[in-house]
Ligand binder design. Structure first.
Ligand code: MN
Length: 319
């Protein structure tokens, strides 16, 4: 016997086609990650905006010359309630997880890890890495019906690529201009890399909210000069978007999705819904319970930081 009832989806779509375009520049802040003081620029969550669609975390790193360094070195750590999206502009990153996957990722490829109820992974530069490391690490919040799904990892070496006048586009997650990524998604969402050679125009969905992040050079997005590693929030109600490279060829990450209606708690590497749940996840990780083990990483797992003295409260997409 099996339960074939489809989970109700009210609250994750709603068909809200209204909403206004915006042009809000969200400056990133520098954050140290891993064990070797690797610096990243975090634009989500931001103090004035926590999510864009289900995208809830945007870290940009590099380009860093790691010739004489170990490069990235993030020891085994847990995740819950989210997907991690690893995307490189330059270099390589080696992923290991508690499902037994060991996968090198290169530019143009997607590593998509679905934590579901629990997974652990490590990420590091391989010993024989190339000189430059440059990429993004993104998180996607899972909606209530799917957030306790079984963990999964997928490597997508071949993503759809299309060209329009002035740009070449790789669809990382979701669908854009009829090109659909094979990556599994749980909410209506878009992630795409746009390589600009001039002025380009891309079709958008008015029911999605969007944001764009120039990865290498500044770019003009909807008429606004957006510095590298700064996120521009574009709002909703758009049917197209103008982009223009202003400082040589430009690489822009385009993120979008249906506004995420649930309130969530993001704490350390966990996405949950209540303080008690986060406490339990933290205790499980500390006790070596439920997340499995990551084999092959040369080093100790990351310990969870202490819980804050205040009670964690679920927060919405804005603040
Ligand atoms: Mn991680």
């Amino acid at each position: 016997m099996s339960n074939v009832e489809v989970e109700p989806r009210e609250g994750f779509g709603g068909g809200e086609a209204t909403g206004t375009p915006a042009r809000d520049l969200l400056e990133g802040r520098e954050v140290v990650i891993g064990t070797r003081d690797m610096l990243v620029t975090r634009t989500l969550p931001h103090k004035v905006r926590r999510m864009v669609g289900a995208w809830c975390f945007v870290d940009h790193y590099g380009p860093d010359n790691i010739t004489a360094h170990e490069g990235m070195r993030v020891p085994p750590h847990p995740h819950t309630g989210l997907q991690t999206v690893s995307w490189l502009v330059e270099g390589e990153v080696f992923h290991r997880d508690s499902l037994g996957n060991a996968q090198l990722i290169r530019p143009g490829q997607l590593n998509l890890m679905t934590a579901g109820r629990a997974i652990a992974h490590s990420e590091e530069s391989p010993p024989d890495h190339t000189p430059i490391l440059h990429g993004v690490q993104l998180w996607v919040a899972l909606p209530e019906p799917d957030r306790a799904t079984g963990p999964d990892f997928a490597h997508h070496p071949d993503l759809p690529i299309f060209t329009v006048a002035g740009a070449t586009v790789t669809v990382i997650m979701g669908e854009l201009d009829g090109a659909r990524s094979p990556a599994r998604t749980y909410t209506p969402i878009l992630g795409a890399e746009v390589v600009l050679t001039g002025r380009a125009r891309l079709p958008l969905r008015p029911d999605f909210e969007y944001a764009a992040l120039p990865l290498d050079n500044s770019a003009e997005i909807d008429g606004v000069d957006v510095p590298r590693a700064t996120l521009i929030y574009l709002g909703r109600g758009r049917t197209e978007l103008d982009l223009r490279s202003t400082a040589g060829p430009g690489r822009v990450l385009l993120l979008g999705g249906e506004p995420f209606q649930e309130r969530i708690i993001m704490w350390w590497n966990f996405v949950g819904r209540s303080h008690e749940e986060i406490v339990r996840m933290r205790e499980d990780w500390a006790a070596g319970r439920g997340f499995g083990t990551v084999d092959g990483y040369d080093g100790e797992p990351l310990p969870a930081p202490p819980m804050p003295t205040s009670t964690l409260k679920p927060r919405g997409r804005l603040r």
